[in-house]
Design a binder for this molecule. Sequence first.
Ligand code: NI
Length: 256
Amino acid sequence: MIFDTHCHYDDRRYDEDRDQVIEEIGREGVSLFVNVSADRESLKGTLKILERFPSAYGALGIHPSEIEGLDESVMEEIAEKTRGNDRIVAIGEIGLDYWEEGPDRKDQIFWFKRQLELARELDKPVIIHSRDAVQDTYDVLDECRAEEMGGVIHCFSASPEMALRYVKKGFFIGIGGVVTFKNGKTLKEVARVTPLENIVLETDCPYLSPVPHRGERNHSGYLNLVAEAIAEIKGISKEEVCDQTFKNAKRLYRIN
Ligand code: NI
């Protein structure tokens, strides 16, 4: 059994065949997944996914690239939807994205902290997006004592040393298709040094398909390839990777 801890099935790229894709990933061993929202539109999209698919859980939050014009009413909306629904298992994705020219960094930090506070109020773990913002992400999480909520550093892209610092604080490291890339050397090293007990599988689909599907639309069934890659790196069986990461995902999202 496989748990996809991070996907975006509300994305437009599934509009034509969403039902078929979700049925197909079930046949490929993916029994649970968390649909993660990123902007205001996808808060609604995620709730729709939960209504439609019983194997789905959801996360509500605003991605750092989508904070333009954000206000407190959106925080209230997230709080209200989360309180009323025990299948909303996390706040995310939230964080910092300094890649390319995005929203002002001060604003990103403000809304990152605000949503960490929201997660604390709602007693939920957090899903952290961090791109080209390694130190600031770590510092904000540290300052806000985010380890008390727990969470996952999604699509982990920092150094093995940083992975171990997060592990020490009890965070999970999210690993997806990049671990199969030829140029994914650093992430392969992260996978090697991170204890299996702290790794969760994720697609971030429709993005980041593993080799040999790189560039195509991704789906959770391809996590079989990610699990194989991690198994090879760690010198263990694919089953062990799937079983342990499944348990980890349930621990991360506090699912019984
Ligand atoms: Ni994502």
